[in-house]
Design a protein around this ligand. Structure first.
Ligand SMILES: *Cc1c(COP(=O)(O)O)cnc(C)c1O
Length: 389
């Protein structure tokens, strides 16, 4: 244990040691954090579905019908009709051939990537891909290569050099990059994949419910529906519940039912979660009210920050980083903001590269312009005092 203690001390010395804040009550625009009311600029609850009355009602009804647990993995007796209905709902919403739900986005990436590749294959991954993709790649027996972030010349260079040495090649990218908010160059990735006969895998955790018509995601945003082999998403962010899924061909789904390890060895999603997610997709199909509000808020907030002179990076989505650089300063800024009534989490190494510390502001459909203006004022005053601006 002494080496773990030493590692903890290193974090404390670097100013990056953290104590988890405790939130009492639902995840909304104003939350009670450590006993104090603060403006919440840190959740992934983009559309406010996490505590929406319609989702709560659907979940409660499902508890009465199914109980609280699935009781087994999907491949034994945990595959309830509500799980099948959720798979079908997602495939229909995304206009894809099939979909398969896992217990979380993380479990989905960890399970699917290793299942669809083997020792004769190569995985090519964007250097800024999410940790769950990195872990999924680590679990695969395939060889690996990394290309510079969204650098299509570099991706093509890797394909040119290595394509012929492998049976299958899988290109993996985040649809929306979670720490910077930029969108993958999917049309170019799909074009290169066709040219070099590679498969494509898009993790759309931050694109689903945000981009595209009614929140259909990054693939829809670019009009590429049906052209990405594996379109993965999560039910825990814009959808507001829990769970992950992959859209793919019926054949691939069938294979994953046999080799997607989290599906075979971990109990199926809570049925009430499936019911709540089904309700969320119904709401997205009915109206663009929530996605419209999200984008209006994001645009308003970004314009205000830019006006004040903040460096907000190159985000193309509601994810709004405020670039700071130094790790300790980033964490100190976040702590000071919390004291003053705004919660924005500090994001530092290893989540982002060293020297690229930032606070990441997450705007949602639940905010209003009064709250966002107030948050910008507090951000500005604090940044001035701390010589960040
Ligand atoms: C959040 C996230 C995940 C994990 O999703 P969960 O459902 O929370 O496990 C996967 N990929 C990306 C890009 C994410 O941002």
């Amino acid at each position: 244990m002494s080496s773990i203690e030493a590692k903890l001390q290193e974090l404390k010395d670097a100013g990056t040691y953290r104590v988890l804040p405790i939130s009492e009550g639902p995840c909304e625009a104003i939350i009670t954090l450590n006993g104090k009311k603060v403006i919440n600029l840190s959740s992934n609850n983009y559309l406010g579905f996490a505590s929406h009355p319609r989702l709560k009602k659907a979940a409660k009804a499902a508890i009465d019908t199914y109980g609280v647990g699935a009781g087994a993995v999907r491949t034994i007796v945990g595959n309830m009709d509500i799980h099948e209905k959720l798979d079908a709902t997602i495939a229909k919403f995304k206009h894809e051939e099939a979909a398969l739900v896992f217990q979380s986005g993380f479990a989905c990436n960890a399970g699917v990537i290793q299942a669809i590749t083997d020792e004769n294959d190569l995985i090519i991954s964007d250097e800024l891909n999410h940790a769950s993709i990195i872990d999924g790649v680590r679990l695969s027996k395939a060889s690996r290569a990394v290309y510079q972030h969204s650098n299509m010349e570099d991706l093509e260079k890797v394909l040119k050099e290595k394509r012929n040495d492998y049976k299958e090649v899988l290109i993996i990218t985040d649809g929306v990059f979670s720490m910077d908010g930029d969108i993958a160059k999917l049309p170019e990735i799909v074009r290169l994949a066709k040219k070099y006969k590679a498969m494509t895998y898009v993790d759309d955790a931050h694109g689903s419910g945000v981009l595209g018509h009614s929140g259909r995601g990054t693939v829809d945003h670019f009009g590429l529906t049906g052209q990405v082999d594996f379109a993965m998403g999560t039910l825990s962010k814009a959808i507001g519940v829990i769970g992950g899924y992959v859209c793919c061909s019926k054949t691939a789904r069938d294979y994953l039912l046999h080799r997607g390890r989290p599906l075979l060895f971990s109990t199926a999603l809570m049925p009430a979660a499936a019911a709540a997610a089904i309700e969320a997709f119904a709401m997205l199909e009915e109206s663009t009210e929530y996605t419209d509000k999200l984008w209006a808020n994001a645009k308003f907030f970004k314009a205000k920050l830019a006006e004040k002179g903040f460096d907000i990076g190159h985000s193309e989505t509601p994810i709004t980083p405020i670039m700071i650089g130094d790790e300790a300063k980033t964490m100190a800024f976040s702590r000071e903001l919390l004291k003053r009534g705004v919660f924005v989490s500090g994001i530092v190494f290893p989540t982002v590269p060293k020297g690229k510390g930032r606070v990441r502001c997450m705007v949602s459909a639940l905010h209003n312009q009064v709250m966002l203006s107030q948050a910008v004022d507090i951000l500005y005053e604090t940044a001035k005092e701390m010589k960040i601006l």
